[in-house]
Ligand binder design. Structure first.
Ligand code: ZN
Length: 456
């Protein structure tokens, strides 16, 4: 085993150039949770690592979810009656709502506006919008461009296909001396955006490429999956492998110039949590550590109460917290090579540190038990991964109150679903989430009536 990063066959200066050029190659591809964009992405990664490609057919049940139809798109535009393209998929794949059904017709601006998404708060960026589970069509546009559109007729065309096919993901496995594994998971479903999440993809690829040549004690499993549905699918179809996962990290937002932020695993004091903190201190740069919260990326599936795996997420600027997030502003100019390099090094050092300690038992308890003498303990009916909330008409049931307190209620749902494990009472959940107990109580009653949780 190499002692430190200097033992890599290449310098991290060279590796950073490799990561950035891979990002440039992957950037133009229109990816989604299924389809040829993902296959093409995995084919390109395959030039560096011999990953295995898996296809899960449409209709396969994975916990509470079903693999959706496969989506592919060739072209899309909105043109004026002279044929001039006003919105053009060929210029940016973010212009089309991901999973848009095909359409070709002439409509008025008013009609078209019902299918256009823009963000007046970020008027120069195209927003990233998806509609995976609700068949519709739409375009996304810079708000400044939308307001320039004249009140006239437009030709609308989306040349896409939504049909039975499969969900594609990639897996690369490095066999170490031990069966114990480190899980390195990243997502491949976002179209042309760099920090979220080509940065995760290129750092994971580089780690796999350089770790595979080392003699390792741990086995390391790399997942290149579509976010949410991919993690749920992998967990559902690989339950025999889960016992081997001793540590894990979700790679996201690793290319911007912000400082490192580590989101702890749900366990909170797992070896991975301590190891990441130790390495971040060693790097002697500003960093932040945040407690687990039940939304974000795929850590929320790995850390759902039925699995509660020691999986954290080391990122730079947190998703949702930087202005370019989920917009066309998250492009090749937004990320920088040095940030990628530092991210690669941090991950590499974390893995080396875990390697040093393999076999030494973690003396910490794996579950934080909060005692409370109140009686409001609930259990999830199906504690593995998140339920597909869209099926349960939950938001509709909140009525008028919902719009005003949308975010709070949404958060309450996630907190309750993640912490209804028999160990945390509703009072504990209110404390942890910093939400009002009455919102937690009301939400819990609703989730109980939907049979998502039951009183313990
Ligand atoms: Zn995202």
């Amino acid at each position: 085993m190499t002692a430190d990063i200097s033992n890599l066959q290449k310098s991290s200066e060279e590796i950073k150039e490799e990561m950035f050029s891979l990002m440039q190659e992957l950037f133009p591809i229109c990816r989604s949770i299924t389809g040829n964009g993902v296959r093409k992405t995995l084919e390109i990664i395959k030039k560096d690592i011999s990953l295995l490609k898996f296809e899960i057919p449409t209709g396969t049940e994975v916990f509470d979810w079903t693999i959706p139809k496969e989506w592919n798109i060739v072209d899309a535009y909105v043109s004026d009656l002279t044929g001039k393209r006003i919105i053009d998929f060929q210029k940016s794949n973010l212009h089309v709502v991901s999973y848009s059904i095909p359409i070709k017709k002439q409509i008025s601006l008013n009609e078209l506006k019902k299918h256009i998404f823009s963000n007046p708060e970020k008027p120069d960026y195209i927003p990233y919008v998806t509609s995976y589970y609700n068949e519709t069509w739409g375009f996304c546009l810079e708000h400044n461009e939308l307001i320039k559109m004249k009140d006239e007729k437009y030709n609308v065309c989306i040349e896409s296909k939504l049909e039975n096919g499969s969900l594609t993901y990639g897996e690369f496995f490095i066999k170490g001396e031990s069966e114990d594994e480190i899980l390195i998971s990243t997502y491949t479903c976002h179209p042309s955006m760099c920090n979220d999440n080509l940065s995760g993809v290129v750092v994971a690829t580089a780690l796999a490429k350089y770790l595979k040549n080392l003699k390792l004690k741990y086995s390391i499993r790399f997942l290149f999956i579509p976010e949410t549905i991919g993690a749920i699918s992998w967990l559902s179809l690989n339950q025999n492998k889960i016992k081997n996962v001793k540590h894990g990290l979700v790679l996201t937002c690793l290319g911007d110039s912000g400082h490192f932020i580590y989101k702890k695993s749900r366990i909170g004091n797992a070896e991975i949590d301590e190891t990441v903190e130790k390495i971040l201190k060693k790097l002697k740069k500003k960093f932040e550590i945040v407690e687990f919260f039940p939304w974000g990326s795929d850590e929320r599936q790995f850390c759902s109460p039925g699995f509660n795996l020691p999986v954290g997420s080391l990122m730079r600027s947190m998703y949702d917290k930087f202005p370019e997030y989920h917009t066309s502003g998250d492009n090749l100019d937004f990320v920088n090579k040095n940030a990628l390099k530092e991210s690669f090094e941090a991950y590499f050092l974390i893995i080396l540190e875990l390697e040093k300690k393999i076999g030494i038992k973690n003396i910490h308890s794996s579950e934080e038990v909060i005692t409370s003498d109140k009686e409001s303990y609930f259990l999830r009916m199906n504690p593995k991964c998140e339920p597909r909330l869209g099926k349960y008409d939950i938001y509709e049931n909140f009525g008028g109150q919902y719009e005003k307190r949308k975010k709070e209620l949404k958060n309450a749902i996630f907190w309750i679903l993640n912490y209804s494990d028999g160990f945390h009472s509703l009072e504990d959940i209110a404390r942890k989430s910093k939400l009002d107990l009455d919102i937690i109580n009301k939400t819990a009653s609703l989730l109980e009536s939907k049979k998502l949780i039951l009183r313990n």
